[in-house]
Structure formats: C-alpha cells, structure tokens
Write a protein that binds this ligand. Structure first.
Ligand code: SAH
Length: 379
C-alpha cells in the first residue's frame, strides 16, 4: 500500500490563495548561504543568526525549526510562521544482497531521484545524482534513455546526503561522495557548486572534506577548470580511444568536446600536489576492449598523473552492448599496468537493485508507480 504524507503529494492543490501562502512557506534548505544571510538581514537579526540556522540544517540535520534551540523563542516563533524545512519524507530504500542500497527519493514535483550507498571494505561511498535524467545520449547508459527531466537544485543534491546519513546504522559513516549518479554534473554546475559549499563547509556545513568528493564528467572540456576551483577530485569518463569511436559511443558530448580537446584540457588541469585525475573506461565486449585499445589508451594518457578505473559494462534490457568476460578485462588491465598505470576494476555492486553504474533511472521506477514508503520525519 502506498501511503503519502500530505506535504509530499506532488499535485496537492492549495484551496485558496491565503492557504497557498500557508502551504508553501519558504523552504530554508532552498536558500544558499548568501541567501540565508540576506534573509536574516532582512528580518533585522544579527548576522550570526544565519550561521546558527545553517548549522542546524546541515550539521544537526533537524527537520523542524522548533528544534533550533539556540534561537531565542520569539525568533524561532517568527521563523516558524514564515518558513519550514522541506526535507524529503517520501523515499524507498532497496537493499542489494551485496550490501549496496539504492535510495529512491520523490521530489516535490513528483519526479524521483536516485542515489546509491556502496559499502566496500571499510569504505562507505554515496553515489549522488545531479540531474533527473540526462541530456547526453551515451549509448551504454540507461539514464541517457530518459532524456533530461530537469536539473536538480542545490538542496536536492544535498538532501540526498542528508537522507543517506539518516538511513545509516549507528556505527556507519559515509567516507566518500561521488557525483556519478544520474545526470552530467558539469551541465548543472551552479547547483553543484552551491551543493559542494554546503557539503564541505566545516563551520556550518556537513564538513565533508573536499578531497573525499569526486565529480565524474562525460567530458565537458571547457568546464574542467571549474571543478579545480571547487577543490574536489575529477574523474573523466573516457570510454574510447579514438574520436570516431567516441563519436559513436558518446555522440552528444564528443561532438562538442572531441577527444583531443578533452585530453588537452586534462593536461592543462591544475592538479593539486598529491592528487591525480581518474579516467573511467566502460568496457564493452568486442567494441572497445581489445589489447590494441588498451595500448592506445596507455599512449593517450602518457604523462598524466592519473589512475584508471575499468568498468565492465552493466547490461540492461534493450541495450545491445555486452559485458566482456573476466579474462578479457584482466588482459586489458594487465597491459595498462605494464605501462605503469594504477588500474582498478570497478566491482559491479548493487546490480540486483539496478544500483550499478549506468543502471540508474527508468527501471523499476518508471515501469509502475513505486510503493514509496513515507516515514514521518525520517526516510
Ligand atoms: N555523466 C557523468 C556521471 C554519470 S555516469 C559521467 O559520464 O561521468 C557514471 C559512470 O558510469 C561513467 O563513467 C559512465 O561511463 C559509466 N556508465 C554509464 N553506463 C554504464 C553501464 N551501463 N555500465 C557500466 N558503466 C556505465
């Protein structure tokens, strides 16, 4: 049975204009740091009040203004009369046999955003989405088949982290974040930057170190510098070793940012000391997985401070590509290793809940209404 909380119904129409203003108060989470400061200034409150509010939202993860106990009573009451904290209360968590958890969270307009918690030894990584769907039409990616539904707003990106944190068991802590879920983060850079500020700020934000955050791009070459400015790590989904092949596999991005320009931008990237770029390479059986391609990849990346993540293709219904066998993947890895690279094979986790790379979107979400289970106050 699907039960919904009244606040989360996407099409709940307000009965009258007066009610509308009551039913759609300002969402404090939708304000950037600057906007929160302006808001507080507009109320004639001291500047530090903004930091108090931000700290309650992100460090303490409260869902009610009433819980902001270091605000004077009168200020709290005034804030409650005009604003609220609109966290996601309508979500479902799918647990994979391998421990991976996929979180489906319904947004205010009814669209569903997906994030994935991936345990790996002592690490616990959260894979975040930055768009619902994607404009790029990479031929091996399920999200691409949805088209772009819309960009996520900064607070919708951050709320995926808050929701994941709330769902963790007592002894669990997220160790890293990867912006590798649905969408192309560099196509939604403004919201992504704002979200990164809230995630990394250590006085009022979530205090997640920037070095623990990685943004993965399909290769928007002209925007790589903006990632450097954020201080987070950069991963590039290369996936091909020639322009012709990349045109076939990733037509939308490669037409605008061809391979040579992308690699030139990587070489010009101001990599901080002790950091390196990550190159991701989806291995498609019989398409880009030959030993010749491994050697070409080694040549292309020569001189770049980087590591390589090989991702054996995760198959999905209706897609013609196939996953190479383990021997082919190992042979590809061995050639790159011999050439001196650190090469990792991305284990495919969460495939039974469609939580693996390239499996976010559509299934099972869009086949039938999901029985989202709202849990009052918590997801
Ligand atoms: N748009 C960004 C982030 C989303 S895709 C990007 O392209 O990097 C995250 C990673 O999953 C990318 O490296 C992409 O190449 C890979 N990927 C997409 N579909 C896949 C699939 N079906 N199997 C394996 N990896 C896939």
């Amino acid at each position: 049975m699907t039960v919904r909380s009244p606040h989360s119904h996407p099409s709940a129409a307000p009965a009258s204009p007066a009610l509308a203003s009551l039913e759609t108060p300002l969402n404090l989470l939708a304000l950037s740091r600057g906007a929160t400061e302006q808001f507080v200034h507009g109320l004639g409150w001291p500047r530090y009040r903004a930091h108090q509010i931000l700290r309650w939202l992100y460090r303490r993860r409260v869902r009610e203004i009433g819980q902001m106990t270091d605000l004077p009573h009168a200020d709290r009451a005034r804030l409650m009369s005009m604003a609220h904290i609109r966290r996601c209360t309508d979500c479902q968590i799918l647990r994979s046999a391998d421990g991976t958890r996929k979180i489906l969270a319904r947004l205010e307009d009814g669209l569903v955003v997906e994030s994935v918690i991936i345990p790996e030894g002592r690490r616990l990584t959260l894979c975040l989405s930055t768009q619902v769907g994607c404009t790029l039409d990479c031929g091996f990616c399920l999200t691409g088949t949805m088209g772009l539904q819309r960009n996520l707003q900064a607070h919708e990106i951050v709320d995926q982290v808050l929701t994941a944190q709330d769902s963790l068991e007592r002894r669990e802590r997220l160790t890293s974040l990867v912006l590798m879920g649905m969408g192309e983060p560099l196509a939604n850079l403004e919201a992504v930057s704002d979200a990164i500020t809230r995630l990394t700020n250590s006085t009022w934000g979530l205090g997640i170190p920037a070095r623990r955050i990685t943004l993965s791009t399909a290769g928007l070459a002209t925007r790589l510098q903006d990632v450097a400015a954020l201080g987070i790590n950069l991963a590039i989904s290369l996936n091909a070793t020639t322009n012709e092949q990349r045109d076939r596999l990733m037509p939308a991005v490669n037409r605008l940012h061809p391979l040579d320009r992308l690699l030139a931008a990587c070489r010009a990237y101001p990599l901080p000391p002790h950091r390196r770029l990550t190159f991701e390479y989806v291995l498609l059986a019989g398409v880009n997985d030959t030993e010749q391609e491994a050697r070409r990849l080694a040549r292309l990346l020569r001189g770049l401070r980087c590591k390589i993540n090989l991702i054996p293709f995760n198959e999905f219904a209706g897609n013609p590509f196939r996953r190479p066998d383990d021997a082919t993947v190992s042979a590809f890895q061995a050639i790159l290793k011999q050439a001196g690279y650190d090469v990792f094979i991305r284990k495919s986790k969460g495939r039974d809940v469609l939580g693996a790379c390239g499996q976010l979107g559509r299934l099972p979400v869009h086949q039938e209404p999901i029985g989202l289970t709202p849990v009052a106050g918590r997801c």
